[in-house]
Every structure is written in structure tokens, then in C-alpha cells.
Design a binder for this molecule. Sequence first.
Ligand code: PLP
Length: 426
Amino acid sequence: VPAARRTGEPGRLWHTFCDMNTVSRGPEFVVARAEGVWLWDSSGDRYLDGTASLWYCNAGHGRREIADAVHRQMTLLDSYTVYGDFANLPALELSERLAAHAPVADPRVILTCGGGESIDTAAKLARRYWAVTGKPEKTHLISRTGGYHGLHGIGTSISGMERFRAGYGRLLEDTSVVPHDSAAALEAEILRVGPENVAAFFAEPVVGAGGVYLPGPDYFTEVARICDRYGVLFVVDSVICGFARMGNWFGIERFGVTPDMVVFAKGVSSGYVPLGGVVVSGRIADPFWNREGNPFMHGTTYAGHPSACAAAMANLDILEREDLFTVALEVERHLDGALRTLAGHPLVAEVRSGLGVMGAVELTEEALTERGITTADVFAEARSRGVVLRPVPRALLVSPPLIITWEQIDHLVSTLAASLDAVSSR
Ligand code: PLP
């Protein structure tokens, strides 16, 4: 810990997603080291990483071969931006590999540095697509309640959670949010806005940060049909659900539909180096690739960063070699079974799990309002017992690395149960 922190003075690091008025009073939780599913703080205490950081460390921590791949790449070519006609070998290889597995027709791959950046890229591309095909009025973007699409400009505008939208003045105004569980509501909204005005619909395969809400069995088939019928681009946000977390490459394969674009990040590199992107169907790419005069004037300096792509390639080697796609389906079943044992707990209103290696344990209205128990209380109690969970306003979320063992799942869930008991008996 830097010397400045030992004096008890506040530090200089402004933590994101939090109230610094609380966090700056410390003590901060300094993650110093990680291996497999385990974290160590700066005092040497060990914790089970029940969230794979923010949903992303799919392959687990401390994978030497990813570090070696990045080291090799950095000594060969540190970086050179993919722009104009410049490319680099890792970016080319990664694009081919992702395209080979993407549930998208005739795919092309745009690379970025993360999820939110990719969402903004996909949204701008959707609007450009309609503009260059003679329908510039098709700009409206529809998303879902609980949907989280990063916090860049457009991602903020289409957030399905009010707390991420409020307080920034005017956001994009041609957007709307529909209930996450109703394809009929999407259709009604398209008709209300007018199909001639709607550019795209954004949906996560499973709503993640918004609280792990699973789609009904026919939801995505219906959504794909509606988008197709009204000429609305169907954009899947697979940032959480991709790269084996749902037992396949992009999550959406579970529902047998073919989107126009798939946004990815997180698990593509297991977060070892920041990376994201958009897989775009050939139909959407066509007016840009095969007609003169339609450049897509969008991009960032570090797009297709060779070290990030090298990390992703090594990470994908691990997912494939260890068949974490199949493993994840077994983890999904075991985690689901274990989490469901909490359903009878007096503080628990609902357990949502069983689709992907993720779950939510929602507290009762009585606990949250009448008793004033917060998810942060449960989170703090679990962490003091050596397990890291994720508190959102009404629920505790879990999304461990896919290499977690049955014993470790049981340890995670029994610690959560003990933490609920402890908080309840205060
Ligand atoms: N989309 C989804 C579904 C996410 O969960 C996230 C991040 O949690 C994002 C987009 C944004 O990604 P990033 O934080 O890399 O900008």
C-alpha cells in the first residue's frame, strides 16, 4: 500500500461506481494477487472470487500462458493502431477466429477496448446503416428494463436502469425502454414509435448487471421475428454472456436466433487486457464494404491492440483446450442447485439462476424496507468471511470463474447463507 495511505489521509484514486464520500474514508480493499478462483488482499488474506471481478475472468486468474503471450507480443510489436489500411497479425487472427464461431451470417469484426465502447460502435453503425441505405430517419434505439450496456454516451442513453441515466442533462432522446420479459411490449413500442423510425433493438441474452433476469423459452424467437418483420436491427449484447459463461461462444446460441450484430468484451480476453468488439453481419456490412463512398468514420486509437488480441487468442486457447464450454454447463447446473437452497431463507424473496454461470439472490421487500437491511450489509459480511459477491440494490449477484469446483461453489453458497443469517440476527 502506498505510503500516503498509511497516514490515514485519503488517497488520490477516484473509484468508479461508488460514493467516494464513503469509500475515501477507507479502508480500501486492495486486491494484491490472484490465482485460479482466489484473491489475496494487501494484508495477505484470501478470498473466493465469487464474481470473476465484474463477470469477466472466465478462465480464472493467474494464467501464465496469457501473460507469456502478451509478453511475446509486446516484444515483437508493442502496438500499432488498426486504421485505414493498417492491420496487425493478432487482430487479423482474432477476427477470423471470432467470425468462425459467431452466430451471425457472413460476419465481420470490429475491435474495440471494451463493452461500452462496442455498444456505442454498434449503435452508431446501426444508424449509419439506415442512413446510407436511404432511411436516415431510422434512428430510434430500444432497450430493456434492467438492461446494462455500459456507460459511454449511447450506452448511458439506453440504460434500462434509471440510476445510470439520471443527472447528466439531456441524453439521446430517440430511445425507449421496454419490459425485459415481453416480446409483445417490444412490438407495441415499435408500432408506437413507427417502424420507419426505429434503428435497432438491444438485448442481453440474460439481463446481467440489472439483476440476472432469464428470458422465457420463446422470448428471443419472438424478438427475432418482430425485428425482422419491422426492419429493426437486432443487436445482442453478449458482453457478460459470451466466451463460455453460457456454455457457448456468444450466449445467444442457446436461443437459436441469428442477430444482425453481437457485441462482446469481458470474457474474450478474460479481462487480462481490455478488449471488446462487435460482430457485424454481412448484410449490415455490405453497403460499407461493397459500395463506394460510405466510410464508417468511427474508431479509437487502441482498437485491435495487438497485445489485447494476443491475450484473447491465448485465453480462447484455454477455453477450447479445457473445454470450458462444456464445463460451464455443468457449473451452471451445480451453481443453480446450490443457490436454490437459499430460496427458503427468511431474507430471500427469489433466487434467479439456471442459465449460464451466474445467479441472483434477491432480498425480500420486508428485509430491504422495513428492516433496513441492505445488500451492501450482506456483501460486507460475506467478504469478512472470505467470499467476494456483488451487491446491486435488491440482490447479491454471483458469476464465478468457470473453473470453480463443486466444493468451492458449496463454500460460496454456504458463506452467503451464513452471511444472511448474521445480518438477519443483528
Ligand atoms: N454490456 C454489458 C451487458 C455489460 O455487463 C457491460 C459491463 O458490465 C458493458 C456492456 C460495458 O462494458 P465496459 O464496462 O467494458 O464498458
